[in-house]
Design a protein around this ligand. Sequence first.
Ligand SMILES: *[C@@H]1O[C@H](CO)[C@@H](O)[C@H](O)[C@H]1NC(C)=O
Ligand SMILES: *[C@@H]1O[C@H](CO)[C@@H](O)[C@H](O)[C@H]1NC(C)=O
Ligand SMILES: *[C@@H]1O[C@H](CO)[C@@H](O)[C@H](O)[C@H]1NC(C)=O
Ligand SMILES: *[C@@H]1O[C@H](CO)[C@@H](O)[C@H](O)[C@H]1NC(C)=O
Ligand SMILES: *[C@@H]1O[C@H](CO)[C@@H](O)[C@H](O)[C@H]1NC(C)=O
Ligand SMILES: *[C@@H]1O[C@H](CO)[C@@H](O)[C@H](O)[C@H]1NC(C)=O
Length: 288
Amino acid sequence: MEAQMRIILFLMVMISSDTEAEKNLTSTKGGSITLHDPLVEFGFLLHGTKTVAMVNEKKMQILEDNYKNRLHWDNNTGFFTITGLQRNDSGIYTIDPKKGSTPSTSYKLTVYESVSTPAVKRLSVSAESCILLCSVEKAEETTLLWYKDEEILNQSSSALSLLLTVHKQDFSSSYRCVAANPADNKTLPVNITTSCNEQNNTDNSDDTNIRYNFVTGIIISIAFAVFVVLIAIITKKKCLNKTKTTIRQTQDLVNTDTDVYYTVCKYLVTDAFRTSEPHKKIILRSQR
Ligand SMILES: *[C@@H]1O[C@H](CO)[C@@H](O)[C@H](O)[C@H]1NC(C)=O
Ligand SMILES: *[C@@H]1O[C@H](CO)[C@@H](O)[C@H](O)[C@H]1NC(C)=O
Ligand SMILES: *[C@@H]1O[C@H](CO)[C@@H](O)[C@H](O)[C@H]1NC(C)=O
Ligand SMILES: *[C@@H]1O[C@H](CO)[C@@H](O)[C@H](O)[C@H]1NC(C)=O
Ligand SMILES: *[C@@H]1O[C@H](CO)[C@@H](O)[C@H](O)[C@H]1NC(C)=O
Ligand SMILES: *[C@@H]1O[C@H](CO)[C@@H](O)[C@H](O)[C@H]1NC(C)=O
């Protein structure tokens, strides 16, 4: 009696787990997915408990506005396709033919963000080994993996970066860093010979470039400031000399001539000094 009960219970569990078995589907944001179970004559498509669409007399009618232009139904195969997937499209989709003979089928759809391509940089290199850091911009739902051929050397979930130490004797093997989620993955092959070569440190050359530009900028500013000041001094001297001589020469003449000359000189001198002022400031700042 007890054994019979057990068999019946076992069968019931088998049947219920069979009908409730969900097919797992994954996709990335913006992607599309096709539910490969036909709904041909009459029935419904549900998302959770919401009725998304109805099929009747070879026609499909969308009942949820959210799926307008995104839900397609092939009248030959009876398959539904959802395009332009969003994160909130995740959930259980049920195809319910509303007929005793054909059971309803369910899909568990999970929509993921697409993963970003990993980047690798060298942290340090010594006589025995080289340390590389692989990183991604978004860590959410992303697993980072370091592969040597088909072997996983290191991995971490939901971390922005992952370290790898490579020993000198392994430099000729082929390495790659992979960023992956269940729906998407991006691989960056890493040539250890190139990445761990001491002469090939891009970070350093960037630094030198910035330093070089900075120094050049200061030298040009100083040279320009000196030039402007010199011009100003020369102009001032010339003006004063000329005005003196002019004053002497024109002592008997009408005063207005001298006035005009004075004004022109004053204008030239003050203008030269005014333009030189920002450069004086640059000199002060760069000396600090
Ligand atoms: C679907 O994924 C769940 C975990 O999310 C798992 O338990 C189940 O076995 C998977 N089903 C199939 C059919 O792969
Ligand atoms: C099936 O769809 C095609 C277009 O996709 C249409 O031309 C055809 O008339 C449809 N068939 C029926 C029976 O509605
Ligand atoms: C799902 O998200 C999109 C934007 O990401 C939004 O436009 C839409 O209204 C959301 N749908 C529901 C049912 O919340
Ligand atoms: C694996 O990554 C972790 C965290 O980035 C690091 O601490 C560890 O040293 C790495 N292991 C190897 C073998 O590189
Ligand atoms: C790495 O690059 C070097 C030089 O470009 C090349 O000679 C070598 O074969 C490459 N190694 C791998 C494992 O691809
Ligand atoms: C990466 O994606 C490809 C298909 O694009 C798939 O064949 C492969 O198994 C995936 N790899 C991992 C580690 O998820």
